[in-house]
Ligand binder design. Sequence first.
Ligand code: ATP
Ligand code: MN
Length: 460
Amino acid sequence: MRRTTVRNLFDKKPIGEDILVKGWVKSLRKSKTFCFIVLNDGSAQKDLQIIADESLAGYEDFTKCLVGSSLSIHGKLVESGGKQPIEVQASAVEILGTTPQDYPLQKKGTSMEFLREIAHLRPRTNVFGAVFRVRHELAQATHKFFTDKGFYYLNTPILTAMDAEGAGELFRVSTLDPNKLPLDKSGKVIWEKDYFGKESYLCVTGQLEAEAFACSMGSVYTFGPTFRSENSNTTRHLSEFWMIEPEVAFADLEEVAELGAEYIQFMIKHVLEKCPDEMALFNSFVEKGIIAKLEKVAATPFKRITYTEAVDILLKSNKKFEYKVEWGVDLQTEHEKFLTDEHFKGPVIVTDYPKEIKAFYMRQNEDGKTVRAMDILVPGIGEIIGGSQREERLDIIEAKIAEEGLDPDLYKWYLDLRRYGTVPHSGFGLGFERAVMYITGMSNIRDVIPFHRTPNHIDF
Ligand code: ATP
Ligand code: MN
């Protein structure tokens, strides 16, 4: 007989049928002539209640099983008078694996910090099971959203020689022996001797490569791992995270700003529909009122302001910020938080940032001071999307590459996209973990990725 999942049983409710379920004990309560087993197999938020009579073979043994033990249970699915609509009347219980007293996940509440130290066991908890089922649904929603709009899914390289963001947050990839580096006469490393024959890194974005495919297939999106060695120990930064990057030919900034808002709203609606049990848990135990908040966000157009307007709002707010606000500075978390949490009380799209604080590939505005960049900020998180209209004019982007001191040889192919049949095009990157945080209410990015990588942490 094949095992059925608990999800399947709650979906189909095959009352009266013989079934086989396997999972982990959440609790086991013995009364005089029978015992109650609460079993979870991770397929759903819901637990399955099992009633096992004392006449069953091995009763003395399996009723000694502690929380976290794994069991295989044959039985009949019956209607239940209790809280759940169904339960199982066991006909055979087999122990798959026992658990000693020191199982770290006992029933009582455990802190997020402690659970991070047992990241291999934490998906067995209610909260983490819910987070990772929602994460799955968000990935499915992503593919559905873009596929339905005619985008092609593209896998861009993870190993690269390009520092596309120019932010110096690269992880070096090398096979040279650090103790025997090939040095030239002036003591500089001869990178020609390294594996790829030049300096190489893990990607900080797939955008540049995605542009090549947008400028041929029209609309593409990437969904892959991204690496940044930024030394920011915050609740919103990981060294390894996942990013979704749509890139759209013939689109201007307005079009992708709208696309970004629509994408976020689509993800929210998808999860509210597919994960009601998980959302109910977040609503009660993680962020009170999150369901109503998300329903409102999904139904309300996002606010739109320019960077210059944002700076005005911040200056007029009379709030004491740690970082001083003046035209030209990058918006800090506290500034973004004021805009979303206090001023607009919802998501806001900020456009047209000063060119000095943005990347070389962003399209210059007529004013000579700003570029066609946009960030989408959401309450509690700050930036969830960063995007721009790309500079499609060859002479301007060539000058920009020279100005920033980038190696023109590396960008030759990128400039070809402007040399041969250039078109206006735009795109953005959405941090997948930030989306998971926003939609679950989880407050630390370390708790929405299976195994987190942050400065000084690469366990598991
Ligand atoms: P931030 O200012 O928050 O560091 P950024 O301006 O460096 O973000 P982009 O380069 O625009 O971000 O990257 C696009 C998106 O990727 C961001 O909007 C964010 O959602 C996500 N992101 C960027 N850096 C990280 C990180 N270290 N960990 C997780 N997500 C990130
Ligand atoms: Mn950053």
